[in-house]
Design a protein around this ligand. Structure first.
Ligand SMILES: Nc1ncnc2c1ncn2[C@@H]1O[C@H](COP(=O)(O)OP(=O)(O)OP(=O)(O)O)[C@@H](O)[C@H]1O
Length: 423
């Protein structure tokens, strides 16, 4: 048997040796795979307690005989231990987080500073210059108006003129508008119309006083009284030349001083037509430009009868003349006054085209309360104590239109001075 055995051994050893050659590497591969699986199982998170996490639940990665299909694990063998593997996973995670910060679709480099064209810069500069000039112009507008202290003028008129709030507001608004700028294409022509004694000349005097003060040159204010400067005995043509000379002097001087002069012409209703023609000529565009930078205030009793009729007809609408009435009443009063201005303009334009170019400001009748204020003011001016009862007593000595429980002075405050002088 022993002898026979050796004879058999070589024959059996040959296949054994060949099978060992095959099996050994396979075993090694299986051993390595198993080892890898063990390592992966160690790194896997503990099984979840969810319903899908039972013992029989399929698991990604190793199953018996199936290749490891865990997508989070490397698909190739490495000799890295658990420590290296965990650090690689951490590195992977870090890399993934980087992917979130810099997604594939976005740029991973700093954007280049876009080069601005010169045209764009020039455009910005131009816009800045234009903006600056606009601001400067607005400031200059304010400066020009400030020179005339129109707030002070408004306060002075409100304090000293009784019963004419609408007229005062309109005069100040028109002047504010006109004096906002120094350069004009036409003069401001104000025409104050109203019955006798309602304050037209009084306002003319207040305006002249104010402009003399703010212009710091009394030669830039002209006060022309028709009866005084052009009496009936004077030839109208001489008056015309005289007026033209005086106005030309004032506007030329104002032009040199870069100021806006004030020309107050009183009793215009007494002016001969040739003087009105001359005044109308000052407004014409062909006139030298310094005639256009001036404020003309024409005071006239023309249209006084229409204004008296208007006041008396509207007296029953108490609010039409009451400055502190309800809003609807004030709106109605404003509309009524606009109608009055339009009818006055139509009436006056029939007399002379000068009135067509003028801004008409009607002066309404004064009521008894305003007359009492006139008395108190005059008494204080003459050195008397302005006692209310005494002023009321004096006011009763004047004559009034009595309409709808209201009393309107027939001659306004005209006789106030004379009555106070008798005290
Ligand atoms: N509304 C008023 N407020 C204050 N005082 C006034 C008012 N109206 C008239 N007076 C006083 O009455 C005087 C005469 O008024 P004023 O000369 O202004 O009247 P008028 O409207 O010009 O009339 P006329 O057309 O007759 O000249 C003034 O000196 C002034 O003292």
């Amino acid at each position: 048997m022993d002898r026979g055995q050796p004879s058999l051994e070589p024959a059996a050893a040959a296949p054994q040796a060949s099978s060992r050659c095959v099996i050994a590497p396979v075993r090694a591969v299986l051993r390595l795979r198993r080892r890898v699986c063990v390592l992966r199982q160690r790194r896997l998170p503990p099984p979840s307690t969810g319903p899908d996490a039972g013992i029989g639940a399929p698991r990604l990665g190793c199953s018996s005989g199936a290749p490891c299909a865990n997508l989070e694990q490397p698909q190739f063998f490495t000799f890295d231990g658990p420590a290296e593997l965990s650090s690689r996973t951490a590195r992977k995670r870090r890399r993934r987080s980087r992917v979130v910060l810099y997604p594939e679709t976005s740029r991973k480099y700093r954007p280049r500073v876009e080069h601005r064209s010169r045209a764009q810069r020039c455009l910005l500069l131009l816009v800045a210059i234009v903006g600056f000039q606009v601001l400067n112009a607005i400031e200059n507008l304010d400066d020009n108006a400030q020179r005339y202290d129109l707030d002070g003028l408004e306060k002075a008129l409100q304090r000293n003129v009784f019963g004419q709030p609408a007229a005062v507001a309109r005069i100040v608004a028109l002047m504010r508008d006109y004096l906002a700028t120094h350069v004009h294409s036409r003069p401001l022509l104000l025409a104050l119309h109203g019955p006798s004694g309602v304050g037209k000349s009084h306002v003319g005097r207040l305006l002249a006083r104010h402009f003399r003060a703010v212009l710091e040159d009394s030669a830039l204010v002209l006060q022309y009284h028709t009866r005084h400067h052009c009496p009936e005995l004077h030839a109208p043509q001489d008056c015309r030349e005289e007026l033209a000379r005086r106005v030309a002097e004032v506007v030329a001087r104002a032009e040199a001083e870069e100021k806006t002069p004030l020309l107050v012409l009183d009793e215009v209703e007494l002016m001969p037509p040739t003087l009105l023609d001359e005044l109308h000529g000052f407004l014409q565009p062909q006139r030298s430009h310094h005639f256009h930078n001036a404020i003309y205030v024409l005071l006239s009793g023309a249209g006084g009868a229409e204004i008296t009729r208007f006041v008396l007809q509207n007296a029953s609408r108490a609010l039409s003349l009451c400055p502190d009435g309800a809003r609807e009443g004030q709106a109605a009063a404003t509309q009524a006054e606009e109608d009055l201005r339009a009818s006055l303009r139509a009436l006056l334009a029939r007399e002379h085209p000068l009135w067509q170019a003028a801004t008409i400001v009607p002066f309404l009748l004064l009521d008894k309360r305003d007359v009492v204020s006139c008395f108190r003011d005059e008494m204080a001016g003459e050195g008397f104590f302005p006692e209310q009862a005494r002023a009321e007593r004096l006011a009763t000595q004047l004559s009034y239109y009595r309409v709808a429980h209201r009393e309107f002075a027939v001659t306004g405050c005209k006789q106030v001075v004379a009555k106070v002088n008798l005290l």
